[in-house]
Design a protein around this ligand. Structure first.
Ligand code: UDX
Length: 459
């Protein structure tokens, strides 16, 4: 019996999944890993040692390992600078990953494929030095990746000197639509270098996987597949309990956070489509003035609101602002997917992180885009002008969305004819997303192709 089990184990492809220690990166790569497991692969999830305590909500069937970034006691905040962190974590991370692969190999737990977040380009070099297949996982969307790739190729010069950009297969982009690190290159060159570095060795990757779906990004997918023949869309990577409910055991796995169940109870007695949900993700830090404008805008609009204000941001709320009233509820964290799927939610005021964008699109909730930085500015452009699932709130000369603007945006999305069109668009995208990830769909087929290839390479 034991022998048989061992043989079965041996037949399962073993994927080592190297996750970047951020909520917005771990959530989608975890979901993807679950799909691989459903297709018969065995998963070892790896992240940096300093972050391991956050990995409490991981499928029990996954093995967990850690590697060092050289700062085991607390990660990047202990480094002198971003560059110092990158230099040390690249060197120590590479050595530590090599030790882990060595250890697993020696214990007859050989790894067939290293699937690594694109923020760890060095992981591919380590995998290759062991003769192991390397698959890069792109967490952000393909328009954004394509922009950084052009910078890497030297076909888009920074600092930017133009105001409008026409890149192959992308919509025309204005300066304000570009990923923010291209605009802040002079002050903070390392941020852009970090993002561009994702593409330094991508031509050597055996697979390039992206958390999006073909129908959403057709043009750029067609274009990039000519350059990277092994490019495949494998998203949206969202728990199936919020999509087609295909996998009954599919929980909302992710980073451990304290979630308020209170908000679901609070939503339960609100009328259908009457609540504005507001969240700026796990990292964005808004200025005090912007927080004040949002607070009063929400309080004065004619709808209910549920607002996630992380504990570290609460101090920026106006003095005496009520955190719970008949009109609104402020929580420090919630299960966003559960909230978006609640029938009381009418629209989502979002910073346009890529996960939030995919989640709202898959659940069918229209948006008001208030991007903060990074890829969010480009996602906001796509949301408003390409997929037409929301509107982008205009900022003033101080780059602040005023309360009057927010109130108008909420009216436009919740009450106007334009809002009805937006709602119908988002439902159409939702249908396409479900089709892509459902049996026989574009992403589903790509995942099957990828796993079949894993098993072939094992034989
Ligand atoms: C980061 C970047 O900022 C984002 O732009 C990039 O595309 C991915 O990495 P983050 O800012 O946290 O992510 O935003 P987002 O991508 O939207 O991810 C946040 C995740 O946290 C989502 O999966 C969302 O459902 C979850 N979340 C957020 C909660 O579960 N509860 C909350 O209260 C807020």
């Amino acid at each position: 019996m034991r022998e048989m089990e061992e043989k079965n184990m041996a037949r399962r492809a073993h994927c080592l999944v190297l996750a970047y220690p951020l909520q917005g990166h771990i959530n989608p790569i975890l979901q993807f890993s679950k799909l691989l497991e459903h297709q018969g692969s065995r998963i070892t999830l790896v992240t940096y040692r300093f972050y391991q305590n956050n990995l409490q909500r991981v499928p029990p069937s996954f093995a967990i390992e850690t590697i060092s970034d050289g700062f085991d006691q607390g990660g990047p905040i202990h480094a002198e600078s971003h560059k110092a962190y990158m230099d040390r974590s690249t060197q120590v991370g590479s050595e530590s990953l090599a030790e882990l692969l060595e250890k697993l190999g020696q214990s007859k737990n050989h790894v067939d494929c290293v699937i690594y977040d694109s923020f760890f380009p060095w992981a591919l070099d380590v995998a290759k030095s062991f003769g192991i297949m390397g698959a890069v996982f792109l967490t952000q969307n393909m328009t954004v990746n394509s922009i950084y790739y052009h910078v890497h190729l030297g076909k888009l010069q920074v600092p930017l000197t133009e105001h409008e950009f026409s890149l192959p297969s992308l919509p025309k982009l204005q300066l304000e639509d570009m990923p923010s690190f291209l605009l802040t290159y002079v002050e903070h060159p390392y941020y852009l270098d970090f993002f561009v570095d994702q593409f330094s060795n991508i031509d050597k990757a055996d697979w390039v996987l992206c958390n999006t779906f073909y129908e959403l990004d057709k043009e750029v997918a067609n274009w990039i597949t000519k350059i990277w023949p092994k490019f495949r869309n494998i998203g949206p990577n969202i728990p199936s309990m919020f999509l087609d409910k295909r996998h009954e055991d599919d929980k909302d796995y992710g980073v451990a956070q304290f979630e308020s169940e209170e908000c679901i109870e609070w939503l339960n007695d609100k009328p259908k489509g009457s609540v504005v949900y507001v969240s700026f993700g796990s990292i964005a830090m808004l200025g005090g003035e912007q927080m004040e404008e949002l607070a009063y805008g929400l309080n004065e609009c004619s709808n209910y609101f549920l607002w996630v204000v992380r504990a570290s941001e609460e101090i920026k709320l106006p003095r005496g602002f009520e955190k719970k009233s008949e009109k609104g509820l402020i929580v420090t964290w919630c299960s966003q997917l559960k909230v978006l799927a609640h029938e009381a939610i009418g629209c989502f005021v979002t910073h346009c992180g890529w996960n939030s964008t995919l989640e709202t699109l898959c659940i069918g909730v229209p948006t008001i885009a208030i991007p903060h930085w990074s890829d969010q500015t480009t996602n906001a452009k796509l949301m408003a002008d390409v997929w037409k699932i929301g509107i982008r709130a205009q900022t003033n000369e101080k780059k602040i969305v005023r309360r009057e603007t927010l109130k108008q945006c909420i009216r436009d999305v919740m009450e106007s004819e334009e809002g009805k069109v937006i709602k119908s668009n988002v439902i159409q995208w939702k249908t396409l997303a479900l089709k892509a990830i459902g049996e026989g769909g574009s992403s589903y087929q790509n995942i099957i192709e990828f796993t079949n290839n894993l098993f072939c390479s094992q034989a």
